[in-house]
Design a protein around this ligand. Structure first.
Ligand SMILES: [Zn+2]
Length: 141
């Protein structure tokens, strides 16, 4: 399970709307607690892909991830997952997303329909890396 505050959830939706029609992406910072992840902050990252590919492939550059991890450590937090948007598509990870995912982390996908964020769902990769399974989101206030 992943616990996301109303504020962080709105921040991810707003980022998706801002970068529409391109995909946005960013990190989720927080803490791993037993079998749940607590998202305390979001860390927006620009999309590193070339303009024409931006629409369906998000990529976080290693140096951007390193900056994010350093920032998180400075606040006593961990990177608990990644979020990105799917412009005019469903909030379900693509095959590309699966091929570029790591276990343990949560992947939140925000669907952005004609510029407005709709669905927001969280996914975790199966340990055999074969597919994503949906993860329950608890919204805290
Ligand atoms: Zn995707």
């Amino acid at each position: 399970m992943i616990v996301v505050s109303e504020e962080q959830s709105s921040a991810m939706r707003a980022h998706g709307e801002r970068d529409y029609p391109y995909e946005c992406c960013g990190l989720m910072l927080g803490r791993f607690e037993d079998d749940r992840k607590n998202v305390l902050e979001t860390y927006p990252i620009s999309n590193a892909r070339e303009e024409q590919a931006k629409q369906n492939r998000f990529l976080i550059r290693p140096e951007e991830l390193m900056h994010g991890e350093k920032y998180a450590r400075g606040k006593g937090l961990d990177v608990v997952g990644f979020y990105h948007s799917h412009p005019d598509d469903v909030a379900v990870p693509s095959q590309y997303d699966l091929e570029h995912a790591w276990p343990t982390y949560s992947y939140i996908v925000v669907a952005v329909e004609k510029g407005s964020a709709t669905d927001l769902r969280s996914w975790e990769m199966e340990s055999d890396r074969s597919r994503f399974k949906e993860e329950e989101i608890e919204v805290s206030s």
